[in-house]
Ligand binder design. Structure first.
Ligand code: EPU
Length: 422
């Protein structure tokens, strides 16, 4: 296991360029197996979740060529096989192979996916949707055997506007006979990115980005090309750092409207953020004021930014409330923030933050990806040295985090944990 060491309270100055979106790339790569020939995907972030997907592709005998941020996938020799649980357990997004293999072969055997332990995270909506498309599902322990003689277009209403279910069902319906309508679909920008890619390969999808998506089934998907959109969660994380420590810190290659729910809250708290085209500039201010947030589906406040934003709120004057409505267990960072000097109490899904409180360096643990990002922010603003254990969680989602932060003046490094290697 690796750990991160941060010597805090250094100003951040310069430019951080945002990479391709993890949650787009992890869906587009499995969707790419629908090509009968070759698909090229650009702006793919170099993070460990992508390495896990490449491992799955290679296991399925897909030819994968990677040159820095471009992946070329050729499916000519591909075979449908049961993906071993040790690989699919490494990440949540392995579940997109359910929809993709079902569409391509009408049969898929797969285990329950992995991912951060931030709540129950069931996949019932994915499975119910596959059934609506004509599939039958057998459960064998944590393995699902999903088969269909043929997939037939259907009307699917999602009880919850789930990102994962929306994308998985959109992928599965691409080759179903007739029209599929997904109602109460999630509207996250990543869904538009996946739909545009599928359409580029020959699919017929309209309405992605709205709550009603229509998919007319097609027989063949051919050569494809796409570019992954900038990662709005990575952009948000660095923007929060800039609001706290920036001296003209620029966050570039962003789509500002994708992080408006964050920037409007930062501005309401008094932060100094200037947005121009695809870049924003942040400057630290003397006084910040408490604000409340409630996580919600896009375009609401992203749950993935809730943990990083709670660190910002520890520096605001007054009482802030954070309500997490999407996941039952996304407050695991709070114990560590309190250890560092924050004053936060939680009750059910609401955290109350009393600020401002100076933070001091401590030994902490990244329990999940965004908890880890929150602790990096806390370490950067803290006085003294912070040691974050289990940084593997952070490396699943933040490309080149050490290099990006070092380049703008942070004192941060990753090393093997000597105690755990004994
Ligand atoms: N849900 C169900 N049934 C389902 C699916 C979801 O009840 O079949 C519920 C979940 O329990 C949760 C809510 O719906 O309460 C949202 O789940 P969703 O399916 O939207 O989440 P996900 O697809 O598992 C993706 C991202 C998450 C991000 C959420 C919400 C990927 C691989 N993951 O998860 O990203 O938090 O959407 O925006 O795209 C992260 O990047 O740190 C992360 C956790």
């Amino acid at each position: 296991m690796k750990r991160m060491i941060i010597n805090g309270n250094k100003k951040l100055n310069g430019t951080i360029r945002i990479s391709g979106a993890k949650n787009s790339a992890v869906a587009i790569i499995p969707a790419a197996i629908l090509t009968e020939t070759e698909a090229t995907i650009c702006n793919v972030p170099e993070i460990s979740d992508i390495e896990s997907l490449e491992e799955i592709l290679k296991f399925l005998d897909v030819d994968v060529k990677r040159a820095t941020e471009t992946i070329v996938i050729n499916t000519k020799k591909m075979k449908n096989k049961v993906i071993p649980a040790e690989i699919s357990n490494k990440l949540r997004a392995s579940y997109y192979f359910m929809g993709a293999l079902l569409a391509k072969y009408k049969k898929v055997e797969m285990h329950f996916p992995g991912g951060c332990k931030i709540g129950k995270r069931p996949i019932n909506l994915h499975l119910e949707g596959f059934k609506k498309l004509g599939a039958t599902i057998e459960e064998d322990g944590d393995k699902y055997i999903i088969t269909a003689d043929k997939l037939i277009g259907s009307n699917i209403y999602l009880d919850v506007a789930s990102v994962g279910a929306t994308i998985n069902l959109m992928i599965a319906a691409t080759k179903a006979e007739g029209l599929t309508t997904i109602e109460n679909a999630a509207r996250e920008p990543e869904i538009v990115n996946v739909a545009t890619f599928l359409n580029n390969m020959g699919a017929d999808i309209t309405g992605a980005g709205t709550s009603i998506i229509k998919i007319k089934g097609v027989e063949h998907l051919t050569k494809g090309f796409t570019e992954i959109i900038p990662d709005r969660i990575e952009a948000g994380t660095y923007t929060i750092m800039g609001a706290l420590l920036g001296e003209d810190l620029k966050v570039s290659n962003i789509i500002p409207e994708h992080i408006e729910s964050l920037t409007s809250k930062l501005e309401a708290a008094g932060a100094n953020i200037k947005i121009e085209d695809d870049t924003l500039t942040c400057n630290q201010v003397k006084k910040l004021n408490a604000v409340n947030i409630k996580t919600y589906y896009y375009p609401g406040f992203a749950t993935d930014l809730q943990q990083p934003f709670s660190v910002f709120l520890t520096q605001c004057s007054g009482k802030s409330k954070v309500e997490e409505t999407i996941y039952e267990n996304r407050f695991m960072h709070i114990e560590y923030l309190n250890k560092m000097g924050a004053n936060i109490t939680t009750k059910d899904r609401i955290a109350t933050i009393n600020g401002p409180t100076p933070l001091k360096g401590e030994d902490v643990v990244a329990t999940d990806l965004r908890a880890g990002a929150a602790l990096v922010i806390a370490g950067l603003i803290a006085e003294g040295t912070t040691v974050i254990e289990e940084v593997e969680h952070i490396l699943r989602g933040y490309e080149g985090i050490i290099e990006k932060l070092t380049n703008v003046g942070a004192d941060i490094k990753i090393e093997e944990n000597p105690c755990q290697n004994e």
